[in-house]
Design a protein. Structure first.
Length: 288
């Protein structure tokens, strides 16, 4: 018989899982990923989200929430779909907000603390037409959306993720090109990353103006960069540069308000200082 050691977790520890609206809800043709899926060669084997796992049907969502509770989870992170809530600029869908409220109520009934992500990779098509996260007004658009979501759901939720993995969104969509819009331009990628971090700061302040007890942060894809040859000064410098762009640019911004030389020439942005009540981390190792 194998001896097993069970480590007790502290009171209030949350065991959870995370989902994203487009991957689960289905039936939405109004965001950039739904349009991307229609383009030949963009998705492996031409697959499309279509109905996904059909969470927009409450019975289907409730069945998955039951499974989460049966697994012993006590929390679940889901995202709200911007294009459902604000299908046109400044036009909000009360029915969509009610549906999210019903989903969250189902989680709470099962003892699952809801954590809501405001942006998880998808953008409304109207926002794309206006330039998306490259538009200098994106902070205004995102703040407006955030305010409406907090007004509608804040009585049930005080655990928020503003933006899911901004570095992944910026890199994959504007440098690597395997996310929409499929661009490969460093300057544009850096503009998008800067704007996402600035918008995070505004969303953080917006939420805390309404909820003093809110827990607000973002999810960050943390990559560890190791020099291929530790003895090589060039390899060490390359690893440090990658670390600055992929990791420090986000972490320095949400702690010290400092935008590095690639994002703002060393600028310190006051509304970004201490805008992280927690930090969500996903890690990966790379050798350069």
């Amino acid at each position: 018989m194998t001896d097993r050691t069970f480590l007790p977790m502290p009171d209030g520890f949350l065991w959870g899982a995370a989902t994203a609206a487009h991957q689960n809800e289905g039936g939405n043709g109004a965001n950039n990923w739904s349009a991307w899926e229609q383009q030949p060669g963009r998705i492996f084997e031409g697959q499309k989200a279509d109905s996904a796992t059909n969470w927009w049907d409450l019975e289907t969502a409730a069945a998955d929430f039951d499974r989460a509770a049966e697994m012993g989870l006590n929390s679940l992170r889901l995202s709200v779909e911007w294009s459902r809530i604000e299908p046109e600029p400044g036009v909000f869908d009360a029915a969509a907000l009610r549906r999210y409220g019903e989903m969250i109520a189902l989680l709470r009934e099962r003892g699952l603390r809801p954590m809501v992500t405001l942006h998880h990779f998808t953008d409304p098509l109207w926002l794309v037409r206006l330039g998306g996260w490259e538009n200098p007004l994106i902070g205004d658009y995102f703040a407006r959306f955030t305010e409406r979501v907090i007004d509608a759901l804040g009585d049930q939720v005080n655990f928020w993720c503003t933006v899911n993995e901004p570095i992944v969104y910026a890199y994959s969509g504007f440098l690597d090109g395997n996310f929409p819009p499929g661009v490969k331009q460093l300057k544009r990628a850096l503009t998008v990353l800067r704007n996402m971090l600035m918008a995070h700061g505004r969303a953080y302040r917006t939420i805390h103006r309404v909820q003093n007890d809110a827990m607000v942060g973002l999810a960050h894809h943390m990559r560890y960069f190791l020099p291929n040859d530790p003895r090589s000064a060039l390899d060490r410098r390359a690893a440090a540069l990658y670390d600055q762009i992929a990791n420090r640019s986000t972490l320095d911004a949400i702690t010290a308000g400092r935008l590095g030389p690639l994002l703002g020439a060393g600028q310190v942005v006051s509304h970004l200082i201490d805008t992280s009540d927690y930090i969500g981390l996903k890690d990966r190792k790379s050798v350069v």
